[in-house]
Write a protein that binds this ligand. Structure first.
Ligand code: PLP
Length: 356
């Protein structure tokens, strides 16, 4: 496998890709219902939850939309620290919700005291938080934010996007008191794109009953009715779910603790390597992502040129995202990436810099 150090779609192991070749069977059939049921049960372990996990045939942005459609009756507080948390704010507005932004500059984290201040000023029925802001490499202190929400505004539901961290970092839905938590298949889960996994607790399901115009495709109550029969209202992406079932076994065989440790060791190594070169990191210490490292571009570094330099090896590095394109580069170390792959990348960057 030629490692792609991009934060999704990531490399998928050949044996996982192969699962998608299984022949089609009717989806309302005991054999497929069994795959669906065991996949959801295994997935719950990654979320550290005993709540339901919806296996959704859509990408992570659909789960952002589902959360605002189902959980926001009146007003949303959208915490914004980069492009993907900003997207969630836009999604709330696009769905006709009244939303306020709690925004920090790109590269900064959302701090619990900021959330406390916002909740003291205004009443919100939903707060949205991105755990791992993929555009900046900031990992927000979700546990501490959730503690503040519970203390100051216990009726406010907490929805968390862990699209680029779940399965690569610990996010404990039940212990941290999160009401909805989701990820996309194409990041640390190391699956092809096309699925979102979204865990929703009973409190959030009760709230959904009070929210009008939840739509159809993303209606949690409709999804639940079918989930209880190990199915979905619409035709699910069966080939991807076969791959999910298999990949979850691989993830659990590695062991969650080992997997988190592997991701965090690669983050530490990337950070130390960059700092040793005299380069700076966008995210402040204490808030750095476990699954990707965002480095401020030194003047001589050109990500597109570097990618041409390593193209014969099949290696690919991610440029900065959105406004940060050309100003940062992103080393995604998630999914199937191993420490030895990372060493190869760092060595190639060192070699490339010698050409400057
Ligand atoms: N949230 C975060 C943190 C992301 O990194 C991304 C995509 O990169 C999204 C949401 C959107 O997910 P998707 O592309 O699966 O719709």
């Amino acid at each position: 496998m030629s490692p792609m150090f991009v934060p999704g779609p990531v490399d998928v192991a050949p044996e996982v890709l192969k699962q998608q070749e299984k022949p089609m069977i009717p989806h309302r059939n005991k054999d497929f219902e069994a795959v669906f049921q065991r996949s959801a049960q295994k997935a719950a372990q990654l979320f550290f939850t005993s709540s339901r996990v919806f296996i959704m045939t859509n990408s992570g942005s659909g789960a952002q939309e589902a959360c605002v459609r189902n959980l926001a009756k009146e007003r949303v507080l959208a915490t914004v620290c980069g492009s993907f948390s900003k997207r969630w704010y836009d999604v709330a507005l696009a769905n006709g919700k009244a939303a306020d932004k709690l925004e920090v500059p790109m590269g900064k984290a959302i701090l619990p005291e900021m959330v406390a201040e916002a909740l003291q000023k205004e009443k919100y029925d939903l707060i949205t938080v991105v755990h791992n802001e993929t555009s900046t490499g900031v990992m927000n202190p979700v546990k501490e934010i959730a503690e503040v929400v519970k203390r100051i505004s216990p009726d406010t539901l907490i929805a968390v996007d862990a699209v680029s961290s779940l399965a690569g970092a610990r996010v404990e839905m039940d212990a941290w008191g999160l009401d909805a938590l989701f990820t996309s298949s194409q990041k640390a889960m190391a699956l092809p794109p096309g699925l979102a996994l979204c865990a929703v607790n009973d409190r959030a399901m009760e709230r959904a009953k009070e929210v009008p115009n939840r739509g159809w495709y993303f209606d949690f109550l409709l999804l639940e009715k079918h989930r209880l029969k190990d199915s979905t209202p619409m035709t699910p992406a069966m080939s991807l779910i076969n791959a999910l079932d298999f990949q979850l076994d691989r993830i659990l065989a590695e062991g969650l603790e080992n997997r988190f440790a592997r991701h965090s060791a690669m983050a530490k190594r990337s950070q130390e390597w960059a700092v040793a070169k005299g380069w700076s990191l966008l995210a402040p210490e204490g808030y750095r992502s476990q699954s990707l490292t965002v480095v401020n571009n030194p003047p001589e570094f050109d990500c597109a040129e570097f990618n041409k330099f390593v193209a014969p090896l099949g290696i690919r590095l991610a440029n900065g995202y959105g406004d940060l394109k050309g100003k940062t580069f992103r080393i995604a170390h998630m999914g199937e990436i191993q420490p030895a792959d990372l060493e190869q990348l760092l060595q190639k960057i060192d070699e490339y810099m010698l050409t400057k």
